[in-house]
Ligand binder design. Structure first.
Ligand code: B12
Length: 219
């Protein structure tokens, strides 16, 4: 019998709102693959295709919500893969990740949280539509080494200019997503992350002199 193809199965499952088929295919694509590879080769292209299909009208809003929810649950489940990894020293660096008020696109940010987790960071993922004063309180309590804010619109960052600039005075704040650019980062006193998640990781996780990432996880 011919092996089933996960990607066509994933799309067929989504088109038919067949959770079992879509989820089974997604597990097949993500299972036993290094996390960065799964994110770069499966999750991001999948989200891009989802966007393209939605824009051209071949998928409905309901399909998009169904697919986003399925992906979120699978990505969240991946967090547990890294929780038990041994860590050098006693303190894991900590990151708080959130989208500003009104911003609901948090799936790429969730991927970034997973990548940080793989490098031994402890992450507090606040996700979509989070008031900046809540982000600030959480960052203070966690003694955060990084606060990552993602937005598809610049206006959602500039609308919170004062609160974000204040936060950037207390913790390193990184801005990312379609709404983040050099100018908004400058105005907020934040650091701009590149669109590529693996490249962005290198901005947050410092490197050894030989160029390898300073991960706290023992391999
Ligand atoms: C899935 C999706 C949703 C889901 C979100 C699920 C979730 N929780 O994330 C839901 C259903 C909630 C949603 C809602 C809406 N959405 Co929507 N959505 C999308 C869709 C299809 C995919 C988004 C996505 O993840 N893209 C995939 C990533 C790979 O692309 P990207 O966002 O450009 O990100 C790249 C970089 O910016 C970077 N990046 C992004 N975030 C981060 C974070 C970090 C830390 C780093 C390092 C990098 C990084 O990495 C990516 C790869 O390079 C896009 C279409 C598209 N083409 O993207 C629309 C899209 C983003 N949505 C759009 C809109 C308009 C909406 C709605 C207003 C629609 C409506 N009328 O209800 C609402 C509400 C939005 C809100 N208030 O925030 C517009 C945004 C236009 C704009 N700039 O404002 C888009 C572009 C569709 C379009 N062409 O009109 N959406």
């Amino acid at each position: 019998m011919e092996a089933r193809q996960p990607l066509p199965d994933l799309w067929a499952g989504i088109e038919g709102f067949d959770e079992e088929q879509a989820d089974g295919a997604l597990v097949g694509l993500l299972w036993d693959v290094p996390l960065a590879e799964a994110i770069e080769r499966v999750v991001i292209p999948f989200l891009e295709d989802l966007g393209a299909r939605w824009e051209e009208g071949s998928l409905s809003v309901a399909h998009e919500h169904f697919a986003s929810d399925l992906l979120r649950r699978r990505l969240t489940a991946l967090v547990h893969r890294h929780e038990l990894l041994p860590v050098q020293g006693r303190r894991r660096p900590r990151a708080v990740l959130a989208c500003p008020p009104g911003e609901r696109h948090d799936l790429v940010l969730l991927c970034f949280a997973l990548l940080l987790g793989e490098h031994g960071w402890r992450t507090t993922f606040l996700g979509a539509d989070t008031p900046i004063d809540s982000v600030a309180r959480t960052a203070r309590r966690a003694d955060a080494d990084a606060v990552v804010i993602a937005s598809t619109r610049t206006s959602r960052l500039t609308a919170n200019r004062e609160a974000l600039a204040e936060l950037a005075g207390d913790h390193p704040v990184y801005v990312a997503g379609r709404g983040a650019d050099v100018e908004v980062a400058r105005v907020l006193g934040a650091r701009l992350l590149p669109a590529d998640l693996v490249a962005a990781l290198e901005h947050v996780v410092p490197r050894h002199r030989d160029g390898t990432p300073r991960s706290v996880v023992q391999r």
